[in-house]
Design a binder for this molecule. Structure first.
Ligand code: ADP
Ligand code: MG
Length: 336
């Protein structure tokens, strides 16, 4: 296993991917992905279904070997290291819990599977009582204090998620990998789990890699958002940077509502709805008006392209209007 001596310090990258490629037949699931995030970062991999998010997560975890490229964790080249030697723990979509075991039993089972550093400073296999105590502690961290004896099959979807997260925490994950973990849960349960991850993120030095196709999830929770499309990394930056300067029409579309207009010089600029005003400016026609969250999202067609705008009042389809772009906002060029 190769080591780059100053890998972590050199570019602040605790988790670093260098030119990761992975093909399945004719499909490029990862197409030259390079990114780097500091320790304790909450990174989201955002993209539509089939964009290569799971592939990248599996390459980081070590379940998938890339065709080319390197994976570094904590400055160590782990590309050829097995999953167990990467300090990564994956919370799988199907959670991979033993249904007939208790919540604490699931965690203790993993804790006792190998030697680990115990409270007495010894590197040895934990006793059943130690593992149980450790499991209960982890469950308390995820809001399941006192529920260790409950069988997995008697827990709700959200509670099972918490057990899976507690297990990853208890097993000492430096990097926690989550693949669309909350996609099958109702909105209220999801909100609770998001809050749990935010809390763990604030309290622990764990680096999170969170796979999602939900842009709100990605934008709200992350320090960095990596936008993927067709196996390519379009943009990796803070939510604000990605939103304000997506650099490609595709990344703009994936990170929020937007429109694209042709500029006088033939280039294309993207415009977010909050930067569009009504009443003066260019002529357009309303092609869509959808109500949501106390305001209307209006789609406007102008000779220069299509933009979206927010409005307090409803517009009829086909209604003519005048729109303008707030000065100093949006208007950044994008590649189409
Ligand atoms: P996402 O998680 O963003 O939905 P994936 O990483 O699962 O995307 O898949 C990216 C592309 O690679 C898809 O076109 C998918 O069909 C393909 N793919 C992923 N895994 C395999 C595999 N084991 N065999 C063949 N094709 C695969
Ligand atoms: Mg996936």
């Amino acid at each position: 296993m190769g080591t780059i001596a100053d890998g972590t310090e050199r570019d602040g990258g605790y988790l670093r991917l260098e030119n990761i490629c992975k093909r399945y037949g004719d499909t490029a699931a990862a197409d030259g992905v390079t990114l780097s995030v500091p320790r304790g970062c909450f990174l989201s991999l955002l993209g539509e279904s089939g964009s290569g998010k799971t592939t990248l997560l599996r390459v980081i975890a070590g379940f998938e070997k890339p065709d080319c490229g390197r994976v570094y964790i904590g400055g160590r080249d782990v590309t050829d290291a097995p999953p167990s030697e990467r300090g990564c723990r994956t919370v799988f979509q199907d959670l991979a819990l033993f249904p007939h075991m208790s919540a604490a039993g699931n965690i203790a089972f993993v804790l006792r599977a190998g030697k680990r550093l115990c409270a007495d400073g010894q590197y040895r296999r934990m006793s059943a009582a130690e593992a149980r105590a450790e499991a209960e502690r982890a469950l308390a961290e995820t809001g399941l204090a006192g529920m260790g004896s409950r069988k997995i099959s008697t827990l709700s979807g959200g509670e099972k998620q918490r057990v899976a997260i507690a297990r990853a925490l208890a097993s000492g994950a430096d990097v926690m990998l989550l693949d669309e973990p909350f996609s099958s849960l109702d909105a209220v349960t999801r909100a609770g789990l998001r809050a749990l991850l935010a809390d763990l993120h604030a309290r622990t030095p764990v680096t999170f890699v969170y796979v999602t196709h939900d842009r709100e999830d990605a934008m709200r929770m992350s320090d960095r958002v990596a936008v993927l499309s067709g196996g390519r990394l379009l943009r990796c930056a803070s939510p604000e940077e990605v939103y304000r300067d997506p650099q490609s029409a595709e990344a703009a579309r994936l990170t929020g509502e937007c429109g694209v207009l042709r500029a006088a010089d033939g280039s294309e600029i993207f415009v977010r709805p909050e930067d569009v005003t009504f009443g003066s400016g260019e002529e357009c026609v309303v092609t869509e008006c959808a109500y949501g969250g106390g305001k209307y999202l209006i789609t406007l067609l102008s000779p220069r392209g299509e933009v979206k705008a927010y409005s307090d009042r409803e517009y009829a389809k086909g209604e003519k209007a005048l729109f303008d772009i707030k000065s100093g906002s949006g208007g950044k060029a994008v590649k189409v």
